[in-house]
Design a protein around this ligand. Structure first.
Ligand code: ASP
Length: 378
């Protein structure tokens, strides 16, 4: 661009100084090559006069704000197949995803922050036994529930997370408290529980997290692990069901949060990607807000959430392309299964996953709630 601009300046000077000579040259010259050269130079001149950022613009295809605000959520990815579901269960998932989206929508519609919307949306899913977070958390190998959660504010890039809490009813609240009320980013175990309690967050007895479905899943996982050949197949759903949300508010601020019980049968104080900033959650007003779900060890090794933001920031990729590349190309090639939900500063939404299904949905300012369970748009 510099060269053509430079050239156009020289050409303008020439046009100004020698108008007659050019006219005579064009009308009297029989030399076609020279005529064509002149027209070529004229074309270049007009091209050079285009606004300087014209070519740069083509690198950012999706740079128009598509909505005043928006919210996107997931309820976990895994072997979610229609043949394994009943119509009743499908309905329950759709309804709960819808309730969660409407909760966040009302906050955003009334001018609330993306942080408030993400927290309220996730709390609603944590309170449902349908998801592997809060009430529906999976069991560890020794029969406990250890919960992880994280939160990130795209405006300040401040973040908070808790790992392995056992008494916090809604771990996403504790993650937000770490973000807003502490100097730290991540607290774990008994210390994280104590901090949450000190902040007035609702605490529960460990028995609150017991659900028969998750208890049975642990027994199945243990039997399978024990090499019992009678257990031929295991539904991967026992692993997944993490919840997450990402939102854009009316002020243009992004936020994301993730909450999980982790993976069934986990042991030795294992903590997954969900409370790791950059892996399970990421938000940056300049790029996007992301929440992940899937096999955490892979999401941690490949910093999935941050990688999407980095591709947008450094390579100028639009959200959808960046998210798709990371989940369906990079992660898949390494054997990592799962997906993300993501939103950019323009309100564009991406929900790629490389598993059979992912509980997911979104709502924009028009209020049309969309929820999906499988690969197809059902
Ligand atoms: N990512 C979570 C973990 O590894 C599990 C999930 O998303 O389902 O702890």
């Amino acid at each position: 661009m510099y060269h053509s601009k430079h050239f156009s300046q020289i050409f303008i000077v020439y046009l100004k100084k020698k108008p007659k000579r050019i006219y005579c040259y064009l009308t009297h010259s029989t030399n076609h090559t020279m005529k064509y050269t002149f027209f070529f130079l004229t074309l270049m001149f007009f091209y050079a006069c285009l606004p300087t950022n014209q070519t740069e613009k083509t690198m950012i295809p999706s740079n128009t704000k598509t909505t005043e605000f928006a919210l996107v959520i997931h309820g976990g990815a895994g072997t979610i197949l229609k043949e394994n579901m009943t119509p009743e269960l499908e309905k329950q998932y759709h309804n709960k995803l819808r309730d969660a989206l409407l909760t966040g929508y009302n906050i955003l519609e009334n001018g609330g922050t993306s942080i408030d919307a993400v927290e309220a949306t996730i709390m609603l899913m944590e309170d449902s036994p349908l998801f592997n977070a809060g009430k529906g958390a999976v069991f560890t190998n020794d029969g406990h529930n250890e919960l992880d959660a994280s939160f990130m504010d795209g405006a300040t890039q401040n973040a908070g997370a808790v790992g392995g809490v056992r008494h916090v009813k809604n771990p996403i609240q504790a993650a937000r408290a770490v973000l807003e009320k502490s100097k730290h980013v991540m607290l774990t175990g008994a210390g994280a529980d104590a901090f949450a309690k000190s902040q007035g967050i609702e605490m529960v007895d460990t028995s609150y997290f017991y659900t028969e479905r998750r208890w049975k899943s642990l027994q199945n996982a243990k039997r399978k692990e024990g090499g019992n050949s009678l257990i031929l197949s295991e539904d991967d759903n026992y692993k997944y069901g993490t919840v997450g949300a990402a939102a854009l508010d009316k002020s243009g601020n992004l936020a994301a949060g993730t909450s999980t019980g982790g993976m069934t049968n986990k042991r030795y104080g294992r903590i997954g990607d969900s409370p790791i900033i950059g892996a399970g959650t990421y938000a940056n007003n300049a790029t996007c807000a992301v929440s992940s779900t899937g096999h955490g060890e892979y999401f941690m090794r490949y910093l999935v959430a941050y990688d999407i933001s980095a591709r947008m920031e450094y390579a100028g990729e639009p959200l959808e392309k960046a998210a798709d590349m990371v989940i369906n190309d990079k992660l898949k090639a390494k054997g990592g299964s799962g997906g993300v939900i993501a939103i950019d500063k323009y309100g564009n939404i991406a929900m790629p996953f490389n598993t059979a299904g992912m509980y997911r949905g979104y709502v924009k300012a028009d209020g049309a709630v969309k929820t999906f369970l499988y690969k197809s748009s059902e």
